[in-house]
Design a protein around this ligand. Structure first.
Ligand code: GCO
Length: 458
């Protein structure tokens, strides 16, 4: 397999030569999933309705009217899925907890049956020597809280703190890594800004209120975590994308800075500096009404790590009117239409390290969708393998450059419910037949397995 960006480094993986790459001993290799995307069992054991149940039932919102009702049936097949992870040889598994399984109405009494599922899952993982890494919020807000205003309301952050504190108490250090939120930009902008995701609201200014309450929810959860003196780690995951100017012109550079402010700095700055970017006056004016004294102290509380989800980059230019526009992808694209740009991972993490570090970093998601097909019981997905190889190579470069990268989670373990695209986009390194629930490890999964086997650690 020829790597277009860094052929010599691939030899270090033992892909083309004999040398194996030397990752730090405690570097975590894993796979990631999310509750609504894989669990199914939407109406079992007292689970409440989530905003994604409601949204996916709203005509026209999800491709083909797909829902997460059954998904990968992981709720029942988790043992099989953990066995696959064991076979692959991963160190850690990043999953998310469905808030409406724990609190069907978002608050009140714990639904023990829902909680027991995660206890069983964690137990199974630990038994198989795989570290559990749990995300508390991967977008499935209880619908009952959305009915009260959802993330547009400050109370939701308080309810999240209660839910988070309960999970810290119940699962504590059996979970080795706690991630408060996954991608608050998506929850806020896609959910409340342009309505592409649940709950499907579209008002640009109020999405910044949602973003503030999400960040506050993170800060409050962090506070609850610290009070318990747990020994595991806690952090947050952001979806960051480097924004490159289309040219050296001052206008395009300013455009790229704006795009970076919207996509990246609006979250990084409050978390690591304790204030919103000061060069974004319209955003600042829109968010001002919901900021209360003390919020930034909570939001910028010290985390043990930052999780970064990286898939692609943007190249942006000035639109000539003080705004910006993204250029079409400049290279090969995945089934999502996202440009494959491994160098962006390197550039992004170096930048985050320099501007916001030192802070341990994890790549909590990286992977690619391709239209896979089963051929005589096998799934040949060379493009996904190449995608992973190229991004792993950037991880090596980052470590060599002294960036404190501590782990890498491939998105995703399983083909799953890809939000507004339903089951029409396959991100798994394991194929799922959604009719029969049969799992087939794809060639990329086999490649990951042999990569992990060949690793020299220490
Ligand atoms: C996200 C989510 C995942 C997606 C994945 C592919 O980054 O959007 O964390 O749930 O499935 O990123 O789009």
């Amino acid at each position: 397999m020829q790597c277009i960006c860094c052929p010599t480094r691939l030899e270090k993986y033992g892909v083309e030569g004999d040398d194996t790459v030397n990752f730090p001993k405690d570097f975590k290799w894993g796979t990631a999933t999310a509750s609504y995307q894989i669990e199914g069992a939407a109406h079992e054991d007292g689970r409440g309705e989530s905003i994604w149940d409601r949204f996916s039932r709203t005509p026209g919102k999800v491709l083909n009217g797909h829902t997460g009702d059954v998904a990968c049936n992981h709720y029942h097949l988790y043992k099989e899925d953990v066995a696959i992870m064991k076979e692959l040889g991963v160190d850690s598994y990043r999953f998310s907890i469905a808030w409406p399984r724990i609190y069907p109405n978002g608050t009140g009494q714990i639904n023990r049956k829902g909680l027991d599922f995660y206890k069983r899952l964690v137990e199974e993982l630990l038994e198989k020597g795989i570290e559990p890494a749990a995300t508390l919020y991967h977008w499935d807000l209880p619908q009952a809280l959305e009915d009260k205003g959802g993330w547009l309301k400050r109370d939701t952050a308080r309810y999240f703190q209660d839910y988070a504190a309960a999970m810290f108490r119940e699962l504590g250090d059996t979970v080795k890594q706690w991630i408060t939120l996954n991608e608050p930009w998506c929850s806020a902008f896609l959910g409340y800004g342009n309505g592409v995701h649940a709950p499907g609201k579209s008002d640009f200014n109020s999405h910044l209120h949602a973003a503030h309450h999400l960040l506050l929810a993170h800060g409050l959860a962090l506070q609850a975590y610290r009070e318990l003196n747990l020994k595991s780690e806690v952090g947050i995951t952001l979806n960051l994308a480097p924004q490159y100017p289309a040219s050296d012109s001052a206008q395009d550079q300013a455009a790229a800075r704006k795009a970076d402010g919207f996509q990246n700095r609006w979250y990084l700055d409050p978390l690591f500096r304790g204030f919103y970017p000061q060069d974004m006056p319209e955003f600042l004016a829109a968010v001002a009404p919901v900021i209360q004294p003390g919020d930034f102290d909570l939001i910028s509380g010290a985390v043990d790590f930052l999780g970064i989800n990286y898939y692609s980059r943007s190249v942006v230019r000035s639109d000539g009117q003080g705004g910006y526009e993204a250029l079409p992808p400049q290279g090969p694209v995945t089934h999502m239409g996202w440009e494959v740009y491994p160098q962006g991972l390197y550039d992004l993490l170096v930048r985050v390290h320099e501007d916001y570090g030192p802070i341990p970093l994890y790549i909590t998601e990286n992977g690619a969708a391709y239209p896979d097909q089963v051929e005589q019981g096998r799934v040949h997905d060379p493009e996904r393998t190449a995608y992973l190889q190229q991004h792993f190579a950037q991880a090596t470069k980052l470590i060599e450059a002294g960036v404190p990268l501590k782990g890498f989670y491939v998105w995703s373990l399983l083909d799953n419910f890809e939000w507004a695209f339903g089951y029409e986009r396959r991100f798994g390194i394991v194929y799922v037949d959604f009719e029969t629930q049969e799992r087939i490890i794809k060639d990329s999964g086999r490649w990951y397995q042999s990569f992990l086997k060949g690793l020299a650690r220490g």
